[in-house]
Ligand binder design. Structure first.
Ligand code: COI
Length: 455
């Protein structure tokens, strides 16, 4: 049932949660509200026009090949592809939002995302063609601005959809979230890749410790190194853990991570995506192990096994944290854990979760730092720690280093699943209840799968 007015619907006026909906009005934003019905109708026609176009999904290989031998002409071509492709992808998702029941779109968070997407759609649609390198520099600044503005989209959407879970069937809710999030990842990949290509072309490339890369794709991504990096970050920074974790951890520290298998595996992938998933999986394993072995003298290690298959890279993470038994002794299934619906995962409606989501959805940072950035901030915080004497300042500094990074908002596993499947990979959890959990992550290594976006 669509509760948003569509083109050609009759005039109406209503007010909900401080938002005025009238005429053929389709956006809750003040800017749009002030515009005349003709303009709103026109905007709706523009939306229809873009939403009727098909998105042009790409493969990882296409992104690498195109970016490999960059020159001015190709860079301008890339810029115009991003300029014209993103509004099409955004338009599809605005239509998706418009198809939600009215009670859902008025939930805190959802209206905010709707407004952000409308504004972004309008900005892209009106953006003039990029002709020169100077135009492209401006365009990159514009893209960076929008990437920042959208940092709070995920916590806002999760908050809105958690609050809406009583009104949507779990399958309906999860497939909506999947379409929204895969599409968002895809748009950010296109924007960030183009910015990175432009930076390298202008000689402003970021330092990547000698790892070969084209734009944001690492062409020889060292899996072992990424696992080590995530394990180090987790073991060194207890501030991601709440609930008196410090006290528990002081008892017996963190479990070791033993890495085995094909240790020299390298493949072409987006490092940020791989590390997001690994970080989340290791975090869950460490947490489960510390809880299960609370007070024990030593902790069983976590094993990460890397296997370079013919078509994909497999990573298995095994812990002895007791498996997927919840504290109430209820077994959680993987689909419950990957779900955004409170029907499948009651924790979604816990006050602490909603509170954390509210904080993240209004913080300027949102959720956007990568493992790399976080490691850098952590190292800086540690350096700073040596310099300052006041305990409070140390704490504040360390907390600041953690801001915007994987806050405990309960979406780590569903997001990891979305990241894993974006280019056709998979993520499976197998629980040996009472003993531990094995997680199997498979990522395609040939780069020939299309992005999993839905029209
Ligand atoms: C998002 O982060 O949600 C986006 O859509 C970003 C994109 C417009 C560059």
């Amino acid at each position: 049932m669509s509760c948003w007015p569509n083109i050609g619907t009759t005039m109406f006026t209503c007010k909900r949660n401080g938002l005025l909906f009238s005429g053929r009005y389709i956006s809750p934003s003040t800017t749009f509200r002030r515009q005349s019905t003709t303009v709103q109708f026109y905007q709706n026609r523009q939306l229809e026009l873009y939403a009727s176009k098909e998105a042009k999904p790409l493969t990882l290989r296409q992104l690498v090949f195109f970016g490999r031998s960059m020159n001015e002409e190709r860079l301008i071509k890339s810029a115009n592809y991003v300029r014209t492709e993103l509004p099409v992808r955004i338009a599809h998702r605005i239509r998706d939002l418009q198809a939600l029941p009215y009670v859902v779109v008025t939930q805190e968070g959802v209206a905010r995302v709707y407004e952000l997407y409308w504004l972004a759609f309008e900005k892209f649609r009106r953006y003039p063609p990029i002709i020169t390198l100077a135009d492209n520099n401006e365009f990159c600044k514009f893209l960076s601005g929008i990437l920042n503005e959208h940092a709070t989209v995920i916590p806002n959407l999760s908050l809105g959809l958690s609050l809406s879970s009583p009104f949507l069937l779990p399958d309906q809710l999860d497939s909506f979230m999947r379409r929204m999030l895969i599409s968002r990842i895809s748009r950010r990949v296109l924007a960030e890749h183009h910015i990175a290509l432009s930076d390298s072309h202008a000689g402003r490339s970021k330092e990547h410790f000698g790892e070969p890369h084209v734009g944001i794709i690492f062409t020889g991504l060292n899996v072992k190194r990424s696992i080590e990096k995530c394990a180090t970050l987790l073991r060194e920074r207890p501030f991601w853990a709440e609930d008196n974790w410090d006290a528990r951890v002081k008892g017996n520290g963190w479990p070791d991570v033993i890495i085995e298998g094909h240790l020299d595996t390298k493949f072409a992938y987006i490092r940020e995506h791989l590390e997001y998933i690994i970080f989340e999986l290791l975090k869950n394993s460490m947490r489960a192990t510390v809880v299960k072995y609370q007070g024990a003298i030593s902790l069983p290690s976590i094993r990460a096994t890397i296997v370079a298959g013919e078509n994909d890279v497999g990573i298995r993470i095994s812990d002895q944290g007791g498996g997927l038994l919840s504290s109430e002794n209820q077994i959680k299934t993987p689909s419950d854990l990957f779900s955004f619906s409170h029907v499948r995962n009651a924790a979604r409606m816990e006050n602490s979760r909603l509170g954390a989501l509210r904080n993240a959805s209004t913080s300027e940072q949102g959720v956007k730092a990568t493992v790399d950035e976080q490691l850098g901030r952590w190292q800086q915080a540690m350096l700073h720690k040596i310099e300052v004497e006041n305990e409070k300042t140390i704490e504040a500094h360390v907390r600041e280093a953690g801001e915007g990074w994987h806050p405990r908002i309960g979406i780590g596993l569903p997001m990891s699943y979305i990241f894993a499947t974006y280019f056709g990979g998979s993520l499976e959890l197998v629980s040996l209840d009472g003993w531990g959990t094995d997680v199997y992550l498979r990522l395609p290594k040939l780069g020939t799968n299309l992005e999993g976006i839905e029209v």
